[in-house]
Design a protein around this ligand. Structure first.
Ligand SMILES: NC(=O)c1ccc[n+]([C@@H]2O[C@H](COP(=O)([O-])OP(=O)(O)OC[C@H]3O[C@@H](n4cnc5c(N)ncnc54)[C@H](OP(=O)(O)O)[C@@H]3O)[C@@H](O)[C@H]2O)c1
Length: 332
């Protein structure tokens, strides 16, 4: 089978021919139709991720048809159209993942391949309203956005939500989810075109986070957001602490711009803010996310589609983040 493999950190991914997979006990093999990229794949190629063990097939997100069952797996799975929950071994605690938690596509071989093997508990029926590319784009970004917004951010109908860096795959999905939940959503971006596209998806408006006065303009137009969803951190984090409503929450699922330059703890305690971390989601979050997506007929925004052999090109594009939404690999 064909697989796009990271042989060595900071070298291009290699499309290689590998032996077909054999399903182990309790696992199944999915013949993939599509896979999707996440910034994690880019970080791994750059060596900016803990515990990288090449050679490894990257890719956390995928959708396809179950082609093989290991012993002990319910025979009804054979031939089913599925997508894959990439969070492995979360454990029993809803508050946080176990120390065994890993993500598909490092250390375990992932979805940038014709086939992937996963525990049978990781697959779910493909939502009927999604095509293969949309189904592949949903899992990692979807569960991260869902947990950040609802399990951690406690977003409710009518509340004001600010989502930063709206071009990001998770951010775009968080926008779609928050709009579907009836929140008043505002966004930030480095691109006015991306802000326009966000408005097209239901955002009330947006601000360029590179403009010095963006937070003041946001406070004037949007008021104080009760939930802020951020994956950047860095120098801009201080503005989020200033902007958040008293009693509000700032949920971070990433730190693309590094740690905050400064953190005004006086504002944090006086405004009774909750600074909340969030990572992917529990199996329960994943199931709830799938139900929400089906209920609201939400389809992930796909920026561009590549063939498996063009996966390296997609990784390179991620360096400058021109995308709005997800990059997808079609696999045939
Ligand atoms: N903890 C988790 O479970 C989890 C899950 C998924 C992702 N993450 C992390 O979250 C981050 C985003 O992931 P992704 O897959 O959604 O990435 P992505 O699709 O590559 O998104 C990158 C976006 O980040 C935005 N950005 C970059 N610098 C920024 C800044 N200084 N301020 C505000 N926004 C900025 C840009 O938005 P504009 O183009 O609009 O300017 C860019 O399009 C990454 O750090 C990733 O590792 C964590």
């Amino acid at each position: 089978m064909k697989a796009l493999t990271l042989e060595q950190i900071k070298t291009p991914l290699v499309l290689e021919e590998r032996a077909g997979l054999v399903a182990a006990a309790g696992e199944l093999v999915v013949r993939l139709k599509a896979a999707a990229l996440n910034r994690r794949d880019y970080w791994i190629t750059q060596g900016m991720y803990p515990g990288i063990e090449p050679p490894v097939v990257l890719g956390s997100d995928g959708a396809g048809v179950v082609s093989q069952l290991g012993s002990g797996v319910d025979s009804s799975w054979l031939g089913r159209e599925v997508l894959i929950n990439p969070g492995l071994d979360w454990g029993d605690d809803q508050a946080a993942q176990s120390s065994q938690f890993t993500i598909l596509g490092q250390p375990r071989d992932g979805t940038f391949a014709a086939e992937v093997a996963v525990p049978a508990t990781q697959v779910h029926d493909k939502p009927a309203h999604l095509d293969w590319r949309e189904a592949a784009a949903l899992p990692l970004a979807g569960v991260t956005a869902f947990r950040s917004l609802f399990s951690q951010g406690e977003v409710r109908r009518g509340e004001t939500v600010l989502i930063t860096g709206i071009g990001g795959g998770v951010a775009t999905m968080a926008l779609q989810f928050a709009v579907a939940a009836g929140a008043n959503v505002w966004v930030t971006s480095s691109s006015s075109e991306k802000i326009d596209r966000a408005v097209g998806l239901g955002a009330k408006g947006g601000f360029d986070y590179r403009d010095e006065g963006w937070a003041k303009a946001c406070a004037k137009s949007a008021g104080a957001p009760s939930t802020i969803i951020d994956s950047a951190g860095g120098a801009g984090y201080a503005s989020l602490v200033n902007l958040a409503a008293a009693g509000g929450r700032i949920v971070n699922y990433g730190a693309t711009a590094g740690p905050p330059d400064k953190l005004d703890l006086f504002k944090v305690f006086w405004k009774q803010l909750r600074l909340q971390g969030s990572t992917m989601g529990s199996p329960q979050d994943f199931v709830a996310m799938l139900a929400f997506v089906a209920q609201h007929a939400i389809a992930p925004v796909i920026d561009a589609t590549f063939g498996l052999s063009q996966g390296q090109r997609a990784i390179e594009l991620m360096e400058s983040s021109p995308q709005f939404g997800k990059y997808v690999l079609e696999i045939e």
